[in-house]
Write a protein that binds this ligand. Structure first.
Ligand code: IMP
Length: 442
């Protein structure tokens, strides 16, 4: 399985797409239209919000899984758009157990974040306003509507009425009758894609087929283990990917964490290595750091190894993919944060302070590594032809430091947006000496 190891936007789409070439099923396990997985195909750029990137590969089934909250009208548009562009090469499957995200949830999401902002501008979460939190809240309240309910008019009606009764404080909700009939109609159009996913995946694994779990969002946005309350409302960790797919832990053979060579965050919340000046502007400009879903400029900063170690332990990472190393090319030195100094003079290396306020007061301590050359056309060409042996020595050292500091081997390196700008590093001859954090020795 593959999970984000920072605050989201690690370039997961490109890595999922790269790995889906060897898979039979690729399953999105959580979240909804808040995600935006960008994939650069030879035919053009695709941003997938609710579909799994498996749908782009011939012979692969791209599953929108049970742990998701699916906006039925926009997922239908996403399918049609890919069809129009001739890019729907694989098969689309939507879990019958996924919950339905309604226009009502989008209105409620905006209402909630505006309420927070009015009380305290610093407290606004800056959600994507796609209705994620309210949709998961209704799931937990047990009057949520599931994809399987779209052809059950009585359940649909009853649950809509319960939801509306609980949301009487919201203005401009669409009339129930109109919403119920639109939902029944879209349900009919989506029916050919709807499947009971879990038995399909169990049978596929029993036949020895490869299933890839595609985690949207990222560890630090996890509802319980992220920077609460500045988090999303799902569980974008390896444990969450299992709950969101119906697969048991005994089926997992690897957990790949995806991290950028630097760090970004969209929305509110603590971000210890954030650079608000020139360095941040450089990363934003060269890295093209703008949200794929909301178009918001991303906050930018340096790689935070404290948070990466935490993500490694939380997810049980067995390997890392480090993306966008080309963005840092040409810098004289590359800072990486190895620990925090806290206001009480204590140091933090691999845990996340429970209170977001405490994390906001952490002072990052940096190690400055020598930079590597710019990724000009000749270097890219050599990397394509010769693979990892063409990596500049200083970049190799940067990657080695990540391995030393996290205890997790780097398996993939992304150095550009295209499908073929991904390097597979040879597996290290290593022995794991402790729970995710100890050094690897040769
Ligand atoms: P929500 O998921 O829309 O409720 O947003 C909660 C927080 O998670 C906000 O700070 C969002 O910016 C952030 N977030 C949600 N989805 C993504 C994503 O796919 N990439 C990066 N940040 C995200």
């Amino acid at each position: 399985m593959e999970v984000g190891a920072q605050f989201g936007d690690e370039g997961k789409g490109k890595i999922f797409d790269f790995l889906s070439a060897d898979a039979k099923y690729v399953v999105r396990t959580g979240g909804g239209p808040n995600a935006g997985h960008t994939i650069h195909l030879p035919q053009g750029v695709v941003v997938l919000h609710q579909l799994s990137c498996g749908v782009l590969r011939r012979g692969v089934v791209g599953v929108s899984g049970p742990g998701m909250v699916v906006q039925p009208f926009s997922i239908e548009e996403e399918i049609r758009e890919l069809e129009r562009r001739g890019l729907l090469q694989g098969e689309v499957a939507i879990s019958d157990r996924a919950h339905v995200l309604l226009p009502v949830h989008e209105i409620e999401d905006a209402w909630q974040d505006d309420l927070r902002a009015r009380r305290n501008p610093e407290g606004a979460l800056g959600t994507t306003r796609r209705g994620i939190g309210p949709a998961y809240s209704d799931r937990a309240a047990r009057w949520g509507i599931r994809i399987a309910d779209l052809d059950r008019p009585a359940v649909l009606r009853e649950n809509l009425e319960l939801m509306y009764a609980a949301k009487s404080h919201l203005a401009n909700l669409p009339p129930i009758d109109e919403l119920a009939s639109r939902l029944a109609e879209v349900g009919g159009r989506l029916a050919p894609y709807v499947r009971s996913i879990e038995p399909i995946l169990w049978d596929a694994l029993a036949r020895g087929e490869r299933v890839l779990l595609e985690g949207a969002q990222s560890a630090l946005l996890d509802l319980d283990f992220g920077t609460y309350p500045f988090v999303t409302s799902s569980h974008p960790t390896s444990a969450g990917a299992l709950v969101g797919s119906g697969l048991p832990p005994t089926e997992v053979d690897s957990v790949l964490g995806i991290a950028k060579a630097y760090a970004t965050r969209v929305g509110g919340g603590p971000f210890p290595t954030e650079e608000t000046g020139e360095a941040g502007e450089f990363l934003r400009r060269v890295g093209g750091e703008r949200g794929a879903t909301t178009g918001r400029a991303r906050r930018c900063g340096w790689l935070d190894l404290v948070l990466l170690r935490y993500a490694a332990r939380l997810n049980g990472l067995t390997a890392l993919a480090i993306t966008k190393v080309d963005v840092l090319g040409g810098l004289e030195e590359v800072p990486v944060c190895t620990q925090y100094e806290m206001p009480d003079a204590s140091t933090v290396r691999d845990v996340l302070p429970t209170h977001a306020d405490d994390l906001a007061r952490a002072r990052p301590v940096y190690e400055r590594l020598p930079g590597w050359p710019e990724f000009h056309a000749r270097l890219r060409e050599r990397l394509r032809r010769e693979g990892a042996s063409a990596l500049p020595a200083t970049l190799r050292r940067f990657l080695d430091r990540i391995v030393e500091e996290t205890g997790v081997p780097v398996e993939l390196v992304g150095y550009g947006p295209a499908r073929d700008e991904t390097l597979r590093l040879p597996p290290p001859v290593t022995r794991r000496t402790g729970a995710g954090l100890s050094a690897w020795s040769g």
